[in-house]
Design a protein around this ligand. Structure first.
Ligand code: P6P
Length: 335
């Protein structure tokens, strides 16, 4: 008879979080509950994104956010969902959102030990074009004795307790990592609303001839930036030129780079001297994921991204993110 081999070892995110918790005897369960609130917001945001076009949620909401971008309705919904998920968890002391000029403090969450930074819908300017967008997040633990101040979030990415992103593509893909841990990918099964572990222990290829950068900025690039990308496009000694892949949605470009290898870059340039991408909720969380997957992440001065400490919550940085050997090549052009 036909044997239907059923994969009986299905690990859901819920089970994964509980297994992680029991590894730490001192765990109170607070971090697990915070992660369940995160999980809920990813599922809810995914639901609205899938309905966006149908319910015409992609039109401009008529306001602009903290960083001056036109705010689309879905941005507003994603932000509101994320804030209410953090609020209802009772475990979040403070929240930084790309959509909020100021830090949101949950003063009524007495005993809350975590500070969260997030970009609820990164890449939203691509939404009505059907391009994959995503939620990027980082979780810091408050300093001992702190009840939650901005110093608890203005920390180097190396201190992140957990970080990751959810890409809303054909299905919702969650990629998450803990400090000093491995990188695990979960796929949302819409039929029963569970994130299933589909990519355990993700490792980025050591090298890959793919580069991902907005060449439309090359007029503004510094000389060493130009020299580096020209070395990929017009290889001197041997070999073929690199392939160019640029989606313009960081989560989509980062996810492809993590899976296939290569380099993603948003260098600082004459137009954006401090870079475009934000440290707290774009650069640092991505840097932690890539380092834990065996890759690297540096800024324009080739400093390790995870050692950069932002002075204010919306600070930006140039970034090179990708395969270990590809970032080594970037460094060779920035001696
Ligand atoms: P550009 C999207 O607006 C975003 O913040 C990132 O998701 C993306 O990587 C970058 O900006 C794209 O910027 O200037 O190439 O359109």
């Amino acid at each position: 008879s036909e044997s239907t081999s059923v994969n009986t070892n299905i690990v859901t995110l819920t089970r994964f979080l509980t297994e992680e918790q029991v590894k730490h005897k001192e765990a109170t369960g607070d971090f697990t509950l915070l992660c369940h609130a995160l999980q809920f917001s990813f599922k809810a945001i995914s639901y609205y994104i899938r309905r966006a076009t149908l319910v015409n949620l992609t039109g401009l909401a008529g306001q602009s956010n903290a960083t001056g971008d036109d705010q689309k309705k879905l941005d507003v919904i994603g932000n509101d969902l994320f804030i209410s998920a953090m609020r209802s968890s009772g475990k979040c002391a403070l929240l930084v959102s790309e959509e909020e000029e100021e830090i949101i403090y949950f003063k009524d969450h007495t005993g809350a030990r975590y500070a969260v930074a997030c970009d609820p819908i990164d890449g939203s300017s691509n939404l009505d074009a059907g391009v994959s967008v995503g939620t990027i997040f980082g979780i810091h633990k408050l300093a001992d004795g702190s009840t939650g101040t901005k110093e608890d979030i203005l920390r180097p990415g190396s201190e992140l307790l957990a970080a990751g992103f959810t890409m809303y593509g054909a299905s919702a893909q969650l990629v998450v990592t803990m400090k000093g841990g491995t990188v695990n990918g979960f796929t949302l099964d819409n039929s029963f609303g569970e994130f299933i572990l589909t990519h355990p222990d993700m490792r980025i290829p050591k090298k890959r001839a793919i580069y991902s950068v907005n060449e439309g900025n090359s007029l503004y690039w510094e000389e060493n930036t130009k020299a580096y990308f020209n070395s990929l496009k017009y290889p001197q000694e041997s070999g073929k030129p690199y392939s160019a892949r640029y989606i313009g949605s960081m989560v989509a470009d980062a996810y492809r780079t993590l899976l296939y290898g290569g380099i993603f870059a948003y260098p600082a340039d004459k137009k954006s001297p401090k870079g475009k991408l934000r440290i707290l909720y774009e650069c640092a969380p991505m840097a932690m994921v890539f380092e834990n997957a065996g890759g690297q992440a540096v800024n324009d001065r080739m400093q390790r991204m995870l050692e950069i400490v932002p002075e204010s919550i919306h600070d930006r940085s140039g970034i090179y993110l990708g395969s270990y050997d590809e970032v080594e090549k970037v460094k060779s052009f920035h001696k």
